[in-house]
Design a protein around this ligand. Structure first.
Ligand code: SF4
Length: 339
């Protein structure tokens, strides 16, 4: 019998779904990896979603319909305010919706309660979820090696790093298959030589880019992303001892200040010359750019994307200028959209 698929709108304690013998499906991955992601956006717009709404939200809606994912865990706190209305629309269309809320202040007991409620919903007990968490540690360790080969050895490109880390939110829905692919990839890359001996090292901040050629364009400029901030968070590379602590130490759903600590550590440790902050059009997180640029100590360029298309000419030009500025200058500055 086919296992049941359970979708989710952003990273959730996937260990619970695996313990319940379900197939975890990150709807964001489903959307962006679709051969024609525009089609999924159109599906949402045809249903009445406005043009001036985040493309990821429309993509999630379209993906849930396209792939018939009828059971969805909606992260109602810690991700996106648009999720509330999205879930109401889906519930109205007879999808089964289960809420999950990350407490804003990272309170251990409140998070534990949320995790326990999710476990109860799927008939999983804490020992079963913990057993899955432990069983995933070797795989997460391999992803950590993959990340190290990116920033220490330069054998793994920014895109490859992004692809594997971001895919760890649902492990392709099949942990065994994902593990085999990671093993194969690591075996191939471990002894490879970096393509570019002295790339300009930058970090990427923010939600995954919706644009289709972001990484390849940077590579064409001799710029390598050696830190994918949120993809690395999604992959949870550190063993924090138990399931609640693991999700408590995940920086994305809480106050921006936890992210900033992680970003500033990475700037030092990975010797980043600059940062590129990606913001999604119509996303409330664009406001966080104000704090990020005040709190980081290397030059930062903020770019914006809307639809799953190649980079537009203006953004290409801005990325080129930023790379040039980092190469030729040691001054610290910042570039915002429109400047
Ligand atoms: S990019 Fe922003 S608006 Fe879009 S789904 Fe993510 S948090 Fe929500």
């Amino acid at each position: 019998m086919m296992k049941e698929k359970v979708g989710f709108t952003t990273t959730i304690p996937v260990e619970i779904l695996l313990a319940a013998d379900k197939v975890p499906v990150d709807l964001n991955n489903l959307f962006i990896n679709h051969p024609r992601p525009h089609k999924l956006i159109e599906k949402a717009e045809n249903a009445g979603f406005p043009a001036n709404l985040c493309g990821w939200i429309k993509g999630i809606y379209g993906a849930a319909h396209e792939y018939g994912i009828r059971k969805i865990i909606a992260v109602t706190q810690g991700d996106c305010s648009n999720t509330h209305a999205l879930m109401e629309i889906l519930e109205n269309e007879r999808f089964e919706i289960m809420p999950f809320a990350y407490p804003y202040d990272r309170d251990y007991q409140l998070l534990k309660l949320q995790i326990e409620q999710l476990m109860e919903r799927f008939g999983v007990n804490p020992d079963e979820a913990e057993a899955v968490r432990t069983s995933l540690l070797p795989l997460r360790g391999k992803l950590k090696t993959l990340d190290e080969l990116t920033y220490k050895g330069g054998q793994i490109s920014g895109f490859e790093n992004h692809y594997y880390l971001v895919s760890a939110s649902d492990f392709f829905g099949d942990v065994a298959k994902f593990t085999v692919e990671v093993d194969r990839f690591l075996a191939k890359m471990r002894n490879s030589k970096p393509d570019c001996l002295e790339p300009l090292r930058v970090g990427y901040l923010g939600v995954p880019p919706i644009m289709s050629d972001f990484y390849s364009f940077l590579e064409s400029l001799g710029v390598e992303v050696v830190y994918n901030e949120l993809a690395r968070q999604f992959a949870m590379l550190t063993d924090h001892g138990d399931l609640v602590r693991q999700y408590q130490n995940y920086t994305y759903p809480y106050k921006i200040f936890h992210r900033l600590r992680d970003i500033n550590e990475a700037v030092e440790k990975r010797k980043l010359r600059g940062l590129i902050h990606y913001t999604q059009s119509f996303c409330f997180r664009q406001l966080e750019d104000i704090i990020i640029r005040q709190q980081v100590k290397v030059p930062i360029l903020t770019i914006e994307g809307n639809t799953p298309d190649p980079l537009d000419g203006r953004t290409r030009l801005r990325l080129e200028s930023f790379a040039e500025m980092l190469r030729t200058s040691s001054c610290f500055g910042s570039l915002r959209p429109g400047r």
